[in-house]
Design a protein around this ligand. Structure first.
Ligand SMILES: Cc1ncc(COP(=O)(O)O)c(C=O)c1O
Length: 499
């Protein structure tokens, strides 16, 4: 694939996509690419399937059921192999709280509600209560103040679902109100892929605009991208790749003046930024206090410290939220409606989310945010002190960095071999570390920096070393044939479902 990289990189991407389609129909090219896929998957497979041979595997139902205790023991053994890495703070993001006593508390709450299905509003009105209060507490935290009647929303299964629903909502409203049948949204290139997913699922065109040298959205190109089919502009607070906050005030004002929606994706920042602001950190406005912001996604299952599987989508105005709902009035199975994408849902997770929020309270979130932000400040300063590394943009607690001296993916690989998990980024090649409460434990940040320093020194001293995964990331980041990279991701998904 190296062969295909350099000269093709100079061609216009649209032409390149066409050329790629043609090239891939050529049998010899097809065979060459197939061989590469296979080699890459073979290299990745052992890390993805570490339990082969050590644990029983089922490709069909066991004839008779296994003993419950045996199942529990096996699951505990699996947990024990995996938990240390995140518990001890080696992992970027992923587990945001992780204190054992706190997890026990959430697990007890789940156990009480494990049979609850919010679809059955008659059987479990308790879960409607939890969800209504989760939405209200989140809206109030994000600038709704006491006027929560105007601001509303629903609980969803995660950030992606919140984003999908918001985009569907804008699409349906624009169709009904303005007769827009070819809707488009405008999102900076750093906005989460969930917006592309929404565009794919719901037949919306997405225009991706470039970001500036500070990795924040560029207002001018957003303005230029608007047309009469535009239904919403998107901004992030902060962005996943670089942890920076887009100029939401200017962007949302542009949306307001254009009579379209503005979505703040605060999936990552919704439960930190309000507290960061109170603690005196430089937080530009991003929430409902800006009149142009018409929806916000905020993930309770990230820095809201709930269990995995909940998020909140908020709207300015009940009228907007109604476009999210699904109703079926004529089904022989009865009158049917669902507020979000799923039918039956795990009410236990909403109960856990509510319990997380009311057990932590404002004081808990403020303290947690303070610890994370302080630790991140130290980590950022220390990364900047490592020769050869530099931080991208001006982040608060999701710190992305690159190198002008070594291959950053080799640094990542060296770290991974020593349990440290970083998130690989591209355009430009970089990595990030999302600081969580796990890293605020004594000594973790120092250990991280020492490992990072050693990784950079190692990469400097061994430039000829190829590495295992580093070349794959390097190739995937630089290969101009993006269809080939997409297909590689599909093969990867296939691999996950291989026993
Ligand atoms: C900014 C941002 N938006 C959306 C999402 C999607 O959230 P989820 O993975 O919960 O679907 C993420 C996930 O990391 C994110 O960082």
């Amino acid at each position: 694939m190296q062969l295909l990289q350099t000269p093709l990189g100079r061609i216009n991407p649209r032409w390149l996509a066409r050329l790629e389609k043609i090239l891939r129909r050529i049998p010899s090219v097809q065979a060459m690419i197939e061989k590469e896929y296979q080699e890459i998957m073979d290299r990745l497979e052992p890390a993805l399937k570490p339990y082969r041979g050590d644990f029983s595997a089922f490709s069909r139902l066991p004839g008779t059921g296994r003993a419950q205790q045996e199942i529990i023991s096996e699951m505990e053994a699996l947990r024990d192999r995996e938990a240390a890495r995140w518990k001890e703070g080696f992992v970027s993001g992923a587990v945001y709280h992780g204190d054992p006593a706190y997890i026990d508390f959430l697990n007890r709450v789940y156990a009480i509600h494990s049979q609850v299905n919010p679809l059955h509003t008659d059987l479990w009105p308790s879960v409607s209560k939890f969800e209504a209060e989760i939405v209200s507490m989140t809206a109030q935290m994000l600038g709704a103040g006491e006027t929560t009647n105007e601001f509303c929303g629903t609980v969803t299964s995660g950030g992606s679902e919140s984003i999908l629903l918001a985009m569907k909502t804008y699409r349906d409203r624009a169709r009904e109100r303005k007769g827009i049948t070819r809707p488009q949204i405008v999102a900076p290139e750093t906005a989460h892929p969930a917006f592309d997913k929404a565009a794919q699922y719901f037949g919306i065109k997405i225009i991706r605009t470039p970001v500036g040298p500070d990795f924040r959205a560029d207002l001018k190109t957003i303005k230029e991208a608007l047309n009469r089919n535009t239904i919403a502009i998107i901004g992030s607070a902060p962005t996943f790749p670089h942890g920076v906050i887009d100029p939401i005030a200017e962007m949302s004002e542009l949306a307001r003046k254009s009579g379209i929606g503005f979505h703040t994706d605060a999936c990552l920042g919704g439960f930190i930024l309000p507290w960061a602001e109170k603690l005196g950190y430089p937080v530009p406005p991003f929430d409902f206090r800006l009149p142009g912001v018409t929806s916000i996604s905020a993930d309770t299952h990230k820095y809201g410290y709930a269990a995995k599987g909940t998020s909140v989508i908020l709207y300015r105005g009940q009228e907007l939220r109604r476009y999210q709902y699904f109703t079926a009035a004529d089904w022989p199975g009865g009158l049917y409606f669902s507020p979000n994408m799923s039918g039956s849902r795990p009410g236990g997770l909403s109960a856990v989310c509510w319990a997380a929020m009311v057990s932590l309270g404002e004081k808990g979130y403020l303290e947690a945010s303070g610890k994370i932000l302080q630790t991140a400040e130290n980590i950022r300063r220390d990364i900047e002190s490592i020769p050869g590394l530099y931080v991208l943009g001006d982040p608060l607690w999701i710190i992305s960095f690159a190198s002008d001296a070594v291959d950053i993916y080799k640094v990542m690989e060296y770290m991974a071999a020593r349990k440290w998990n970083l998130n690989p980024l591209q355009k430009p090649p970089a990595v990030h570390f999302a600081v969580t409460l796990r890293h605020t434990q004594p000594g973790i940040a120092e250990k991280f920096i020492a490992a990072l320093r050693a990784a950079v020194e190692h990469a400097r001293a061994n430039p000829e070393e190829k590495g295992e995964t580093a070349p794959i990331y390097g190739m995937a980041a630089r290969l101009p044939l993006r269809g080939v990279v997409s297909e590689m991701l599909r093969r990867f998904a296939d691999l996950l479902y291989k026993i």
